[in-house]
Design a binder for this molecule. Structure first.
Ligand code: FAD
Length: 324
């Protein structure tokens, strides 16, 4: 089923979950079990990431297809378009169709190590930006896929090295272009500054669409090191009132960090729920293939609380591979 239709059929807040394909068979088995357990959180859909340049093509397609078959949930497969032959894109979309996957998150991807965004701009490739992929999917497979795109509440980081400031207004015409090309829903980059998301939501509603699903991306805090690393990699700012909650003693205590992280994420969810008054109906979790923090957030959050079953230990291989 299409994510857009499902979203529109929902009244109350719900969630979605992102996973990445593990490197090994054991990791894949563990992850599929974990995904199955996490269906108890009643996600609206799950997504499976795609390695830039098609580096995980086979593993992404396999995981997405297995999940689509076994979870009884819509699966959304991420697909990037730069540095990829058109045949890989065609092959991926044909395989998705055959596996019953009807939702694609259409992304540009990042340049390979050693290149930068201006190399992508200058390349002869027919896919320079995500909008090219949105157009291609809708042209090549009309009405076959519900297509999502990415957005950046704090602005996309491109051009920062050249002194261009990260700024959501800069991306706005291009986000609009993606929607005009037929995108059906939007998932945002992770953020910890809820006010920046809320400002972005206002801009989005005024200048892009009053009713298109805009799904905020949230990454639970599993360790202080990972929290800082993820924020840095995603160019997400961490407000000082959040940083202050992690004193040096807390930083060294993973359990305490996780517990404060759960509180922070719940505060973010509740504020969005309250301020947007139902305009935001789904919260997307970048799970990093981990279960406990998401399960706790969902259990405690007044807006998301659900019945939970069997949250298990995370000390298996699926949890230890690197994301994307
Ligand atoms: P675009 O929409 O193409 O935008 C990229 C930049 O180009 C922006 O600065 C934009 O302002 C600018 N731009 C866009 N169109 C034009 C135009 N016509 N002319 C000039 N400038 C333009 N990466 C992966 O490799 N695999 C994944 O699975 C993955 N999943 C992601 C999921 C989410 C929810 C998000 C937010 C990101 C994900 N990424 C993933 C990262 C993403 O590929 C990078 O952030 C990438 O740099 C931008 O992708 P995009 O689709 O937003 O690109």
């Amino acid at each position: 089923m299409s994510i857009r239709e499902l979203y529109e059929s929902k009244d109350g807040p719900t969630l979605s979950l992102e996973f990445f394909p593990p490197k090994t068979e054991t990791g894949k088995r563990n992850l599929l079990e974990r995904m199955e357990r996490m269906t108890a959180l009643e996600p609206l859909f799950i997504t499976v990431t795609w390695g830039a340049g098609g580096s995980t093509a086979e593993k992404t397609l396999e995981l997405a297809s297995l999940a689509q078959k076994s979870l009884n949930l819509p699966v959304c497969m991420h697909l990037t378009c730069t540095n990829m032959d058109r045949n890989i894109i065609d092959d991926a979309l044909i395989k998705c169709k055959a596996a019953g996957i009807h939702n694609i998150l259409a992304l540009r991807g990042d340049p390979p190590i050693g290149q930068d965004w201006s190399d992508l701009e200058a390349s002869q490739s027919e896919f320079k930006h995500a909008v090219d992929l949105v157009k291609y999917i809708n042209y090549r497979f009309p009405h076959e896929f519900c297509v999502g795109v990415a957005a950046y509440p704090e602005g996309h980081c491109e051009g920062e090295a050249e002194g261009n400031e990260q700024n959501p207004w800069k991306d706005l015409p291009f986000l609009k272009e993606k929607i005009n090309a037929g995108a059906d829903f939007v998932i945002t980059q992770l953020f910890y500054d809820v006010d920046k998301f809320l400002q972005f939501e206002q801009i989005f509603r005024k200048h892009i669409s009053e009713d298109l699903p805009l799904i905020p991306g949230l990454m639970p805090i599993n360790s202080y090191l990972l929290f800082n690393r993820a924020a840095k990699l995603s160019h997400a700012s961490i407000p000082s009132n959040i940083l202050q909650r992690f004193s040096p003693e807390i930083q060294a205590d993973d359990d305490a960090v996780k517990s404060i992280g759960v509180d922070i994420l719940i505060e973010i969810i509740e504020k969005i729920h309250k301020v947007t008054q139902g305009r935001v109906k789904c919260f997307h979790f970048y799970t990093l293939n981990l279960e406990k923090a998401v399960a706790k957030i969902v259990a405690i959050s007044p807006s998301l609380s659900n019945v939970l079953d069997g949250v298990e230990d995370e000390n298996d291989e699926a949890a230890t591979s690197e994301p994307e």
